[in-house]
Design a protein around this ligand. Structure first.
Ligand code: UD1
Length: 418
């Protein structure tokens, strides 16, 4: 079994380059299904979730080849199957991103309920409802859903809840639908704007991406070409917190600080000493004080940065109220931080109070999910002693070569297989 061995309390220094965004890659690859022409995708992160998605697309008949590090040529001309391989879908929530494009281009798709991080309820009702609004007929056979539509038809869709992947999926499906689709109460994440940019570059007619109302005028076909993924804003934020929690001066390069303004606001309030450029952030030694956050859809405080921010607050002076509003199971990792010596009280599944500062102690730990997993790496890097962290597949799902990149900053971390 693969594990990380981490010796804490080392000062870090140097520069680290942010990878392409996981949550953009997992949408742009499926978007390539909308065109029968090949697409060259650049700045692609080497992460497990994308490797699984590529496996699922290849299983459908797509040809995907790595040209060089971070560059993939995707050709979906020869897709023959319309059933997304169940054992892949079960372990990858993003497999649902294949549904909209498959339905739009081939008029049919079958999938099982997708898996992913266990951070709360992750229903797919809004996807299914949305596809049906666009004219698809759905049948259920056990845990398998089949959606069919000779030609999708534009529709007015109001989302009862703001959802990132539902917004993206419906946008993708509506791109090739007949007529105009309007998505109201749409999510506004930068990855959605990037997806619309990709589609518009290739002939789609999408307006309003990045606002709560997106209008899509369907087109008959799309072309394809080159596209460079935006930098990963969650990795950017996590690395900024890494610099602060280890009291280090590090520079996070090739990032877009504008995409994490809400985190930067909270870090500023906490007293973080940062230098912020157009495409870099440098962290300096900082004396932090407890600061409250409330997670919210973009441009609010991102739920994916809530766990790293919480561990940072274990090192800050005073009280911090952490209010997680998006997922109801996303604070349970705080119990693991308490085992390491943190002083965190859970008020209810959505709120914890962190009392800091506390000295964390190394332990034998198991990574519960992707974002809590990287948070335990941060905790281990500041803890006294040697941490053994298991179930690191969860971390490799979303962070490229994290061990060697942290080693380059001087972190004492290694991976062992035993
Ligand atoms: C995406 C991100 C994930 C991030 C999350 C919230 C990707 C691949 N993942 O996940 O990193 O944590 O946004 O910013 O981009 N919901 C329903 N019915 C549905 C779908 C969702 O009720 O059919 C609910 C969810 O239970 C949740 C809320 O909508 O409470 C928001 O989740 P959503 O934005 O859909 O998250 P994801 O798109 O899965």
């Amino acid at each position: 079994m693969e594990k990380y061995i981490i010796n804490g309390q080392k000062r870090l220094s140097g520069e680290i380059i942010v990878s392409g965004a996981k949550n953009a890659a997992l949408k742009i690859f499926p978007a390539a299904i909308l065109s029968d022409q090949p697409c060259l995708i650049k700045n692609v992160p080497e992460i497990e979730d994308l490797a699984r998605l590529i496996e699922a697309m290849k299983d459908l008949g797509a040809e995907i080849t790595q040209q060089k590090k971070g560059e993939y040529l995707v050709s979906t001309k020869n897709i023959k199957k319309t059933e997304i391989k169940p054992d892949l879908a079960k372990h990858l929530r993003s497999s649902i991103m294949l549904a909209g494009p498959m339905l739009a281009r081939f008029g049919e798709v079958s999938l099982v309920h997708p898996g992913g991080c266990i951070i709360g309820q992750r229903p797919i009702d809004l996807f299914l409802e949305g596809f049906q609004k666009l004219g698809a007929k759905m049948t259920e056979n056990g845990e398998q859903y089949t959606l069919k539509a000779k030609k999708l038809k534009g529709a007015k869709i109001i989302l009862p809840k703001v959802s990132v992947t539902v917004t993206e999926n419906l946008m993708l499906a509506a791109t090739l639908a007949e007529g105009v689709t309007q998505i109201k109460n749409a999510a506004m994440e930068p990855e959605i704007t990037a997806l619309a940019d990709y589609l518009n570059k290739n002939g789609a007619k999408i307006k309003g991406a990045g606002t709560p109302v997106i209008t899509i005028e369907g087109v008959k076909s799309l072309s394809a070409g080159e596209f460079t993924l935006i930098p990963d804003r969650i990795e950017t934020g996590t690395l900024t917190i890494l610099g602060l929690i280890t009291n280090s001066q590090i520079t996070i390069k090739n990032c877009n600080p504008e995409h994490i303004e809400n985190l930067l606001y909270s870090l500023n309030k906490a007293g973080a000493n940062l230098e912020i450029g157009n495409d870099y952030i440098t962290t300096y030694l900082s004396k932090l004080k407890g600061t409250n956050i409330v997670t919210h859809e973009y441009p609010g405080f991102p739920t994916d940065l809530q766990p790293p921010f919480t561990v940072l607050m274990t090192q800050a002076n005073g009280l911090s109220l952490i209010h997680e509003t998006i997922f109801e199971g996303r604070l349970f990792y705080t119990d693991i931080l308490n085992q390491m010596g943190a002083n965190i009280i859970m008020c209810d599944p959505h709120r914890v109070v962190v009392m800091g500062p506390t000295t964390l102690q190394a332990r034998r730990l198991v990574s519960p999910d992707l974002r809590a997993g990287i948070t335990l790496v941060l905790a281990a890097l500041v803890a006294q002693g040697t941490t053994i962290l298991e179930n690191i597949y969860q971390i490799n799902r979303g962070y490229e070569n994290i061990v060697s990149r942290l080693q380059n900053l001087g972190a004492d971390i290694k991976q062992i297989n035993e």
